[in-house]
Design a protein around this ligand. Structure first.
Ligand SMILES: Cc1cc2nc3c(=O)[nH]c(=O)nc-3n(C[C@H](O)[C@H](O)[C@H](O)COP(=O)(O)OP(=O)(O)OC[C@H]3O[C@@H](n4cnc5c(N)ncnc54)[C@H](O)[C@@H]3O)c2cc1C
Length: 262
């Protein structure tokens, strides 16, 4: 396989492993009818701010399920605040995100979080730059390989960031694919085994993460927000204790063990 890049360079190998993210060219090469990424309705907007007097939060990121949107922040030891928000843009054209100027974002966010507790409005008042991205996911991609080409990570199972598992999934794919190529005699059975081992977990995480996102964006109704606030302490406590969810956050990849049948 030879891959040719737009900067004029090329690379040749026995197989081509596409790790080119949610907008993957490789995914479309494998299957021209592959599904397009699906807008989750949430945006991820973030930036830095300086808010004198706000104590550093070493090792801790604070998250606020606000009345009208989700907000997270941490304060570095030098006093710099890193913050992000996940406004709900369901039903709005995600392409508009890229066209919105910073001052308009800040006006929207300040209004959205005006009723939230200290220091959310204060951080937004001090913020002066933002980066904004629509969040997409890919719940099911039918084909992960064709011929000598295979894809890993977001290219075949992009997940919204709510569960914080996207980077783990990509790394687990890479190790599992290497294991399959090591223990199977050639690439066709190796690719099949890789998909068999990875697809169920990847698709479960994408689904779970999207469900978490719905709690971040209660849709504005007072009843929905009230119910969420009643349930949230229970849900979050159980998320770390509940055996059904633990496997999502504690997934072992057994590199040293040979694959069965090897
Ligand atoms: C706002 C946001 C917050 C997130 N937060 C978290 C989090 O807290 N925890 C977590 O685990 N995950 C998080 N994620 C998800 C995580 O970032 C991804 O799941 C992970 O980066 C996927 O890794 P990847 O290697 O598959 O793809 P990527 O990290 O997207 O890497 C793909 C690379 O391929 C390059 N590329 C694409 N096309 C080409 C081409 N044609 N030629 C050459 N290069 C190309 C891209 O430039 C990019 O560098 C977040 C995602 C977003 C959008």
């Amino acid at each position: 396989m030879t891959a040719r890049f737009s900067d004029g360079t090329e690379a040749t190998g026995d197989v081509l492993i596409g790790c080119d993210g949610v907008g993957s060219f490789t995914r479309r090469w494998i299957d021209p009818d592959a599904p397009e990424p699906r807008f989750t309705g949430l945006l991820s907007i973030g930036g830095f701010a300086r808010l004198p007097g706000l104590a550093p939060t070493p090792g801790v990121q604070r998250m606020i399920f606000g009345a009208r949107g989700f907000f997270g922040y941490l304060v570095r030891t030098d006093g710099t605040v890193y913050w992000f928000a996940n406004p709900n843009w369901s039903g709005v054209d995600p392409d508009r995100v890229r066209r919105m100027p910073t001052d308009q974002w800040l006006t929207e966010l300040r209004e959205l979080h005006a009723q939230d507790p200290f220091p959310v409005p204060q951080i937004l008042a001090a913020a002066d730059e933002v980066g904004a991205y629509p969040i997409y996911d890919l719940p099911h991609v039918p084909h992960w390989h064709r011929g000598r080409v295979v894809a890993v990570g977001d290219a075949v199972h992009a997940t919204s960031p709510n569960a914080g598992q996207g980077a783990s999934l990509a790394l687990e794919d890479a190790v599992t694919l290497a294991r399959c190529l090591r223990d199977r005699p050639s690439h066709p059975p190796a690719f099949d085994e890789y998909v068999r081992l990875r697809r169920p977990r990847a698709e479960e995480v994408v689904k779970y993460s999207r469900a978490l996102g719905r709690r971040k964006a209660p849709g504005g109704s007072r009843l929905a927000v009230g119910l969420r606030d009643l349930m949230l302490p229970l849900v979050l406590r159980n998320a770390t204790r509940d055996a059904r969810n633990n496997h999502l956050y504690n997934h072992p990849v057994n590199w040293d063990g040979a694959l069965s049948g090897a």
